[in-house]
Design a protein around this ligand. Structure first.
Ligand code: C5P
Length: 231
C-alpha cells in the first residue's frame, strides 16, 4: 500500500519487460497501471504477481458493457486484489450503478472510477457518433453522472481538472495522464502539465508512463518527480 499520487503506466508488450521495470521500483513510492495491451498478453497472473509484491495496481481495462457483465467484470478485478478499476461513463447510469453495487465503497474494495470522453476524441469525432455536445460539456456531463452514481472519480486530462473542480465535491477524485515533468520529452502527448501543475490544479493521482519507464534510471526519475511535488 502506497500513499503516493504517482501511478506508473506499465505500457509494455510483455510480462518480462514489465517485471524488469517493476524490479527497479518500490511499492511504497508509486502505484502501477496495467492496461489493455499488457493485460491481454499477460493476464490476471501478472496482476496477482504485482499485488503480491505489495504494489497498488490500477486495472485500466475501461469496462463498457451491459450492467450485469460490467458488475461481474468489476468483481473479477476486485478478486485479483487490485487498488483501482475503471469503467466507461458512456455505459450509462444503470451500468455505473451496477458497478458500484458490485464494489461497495470501502470494504477493502478497489476504488471505482470512470472514463468520460477519451482525449483522443474531438468535437468532430463526437458529432460522428451522434453527440452534439462539445467535448468539454460532454466531459462535465459524464463526470456529474459518475459522481451521482456514487463512483469515486474520473480519469481526465490535466486541462479538464479546473473545469471539473468547479462543481464537483472536493472528495471526487481526478486521475490524470498527460503528465510531463519539465525535464522530460513530450513525445506524442499534446495537452500536458507538469506533475506539480496538475496537483496544484486539483488532481489527485498522476498517471506517468515514459518519463519513468523509459528513463535510464527509473528510480532517479521518480525521485525527481517526488521532489518536484515536495514528497
Ligand atoms: O507514457 P505516457 O506518460 O504518455 O503514458 C500515459 C499513460 O496514460 C498511457 O498508459 C496512456 O495510454 C494513458 N492515457 C493517456 N491519455 C488518456 C488516457 C490514458 O495518455 N487520455
Amino acid at each position: 500500500m502506497s500513499s503516493s499520487p504517482i501511478i506508473v503506466a506499465l505500457d509494455f508488450p510483455s510480462e518480462k519487460e514489465a517485471l524488469e521495470l517493476v524490479s527497479q521500483l518500490e511499492p511504497g513510492r508509486c502505484r502501477l497501471k496495467v492496461g489493455k495491451e499488457l493485460f491481454t498478453r499477460s493476464g490476471p497472473e501478472l496482476v496477482k504477481k504485482l499485488v503480491k509484491q505489495n504494489f497498488d495496481v490500477f486495472l485500466d481495462l475501461k469496462f463498457h458493457d451491459i450492467p450485469n457483465t460490467v458488475a461481474r467484470a468489476c468483481q473479477a478485478g476486485a478478486d485479483l486484489g487490485v487498488w483501482m478499476i475503471n469503467v466507461h461513463a458512456m455505459g450509462g447510469k444503470k451500468m455505473l450503478e451496477a458497478a458500484r453495487e458490485a464494489l461497495p465503497t470501502g470494504a477493502n474494495n478497489p476504488k471505482l472510477i470512470a472514463v468520460t470522453v477519451l482525449t483522443s476524441m474531438g468535437a468532430d469525432d463526437l458529432k460522428e457518433i451522434g453527440l452534439n455536445n462539445s467535448p468539454a460539456d460532454q466531459v462535465k456531463h459524464l463526470a456529474a453522472l459518475t459522481n451521482n452514481c456514487g463512483l469515486d472519480g474520473v480519469v481526465c486530462s490535466p486541462q479538464e481538472i479546473t473545469l471539473l473542480r468547479e462543481d464537483l465535491d472536493p472528495s471526487f477524485e481526478l486521475v490524470t495522464p498527460g503528465i510531463r515533468p519539465q525535464w522530460s520529452v513530450t513525445g506524442d502527448q499534446k495537452r500536458i502539465m507538469t506533475p506539480a501543475q496538475a496537483i496544484e490544479a486539483g488532481g489527485n493521482y498522476l498517471v506517468i508512463g515514459r518519463p519513468i519507464t523509459q528513463a535510464d534510471e527509473p528510480m532517479v526519475a521518480l525521485e525527481k518527480i517526488e521532489s518536484e511535488l515536495g514528497l
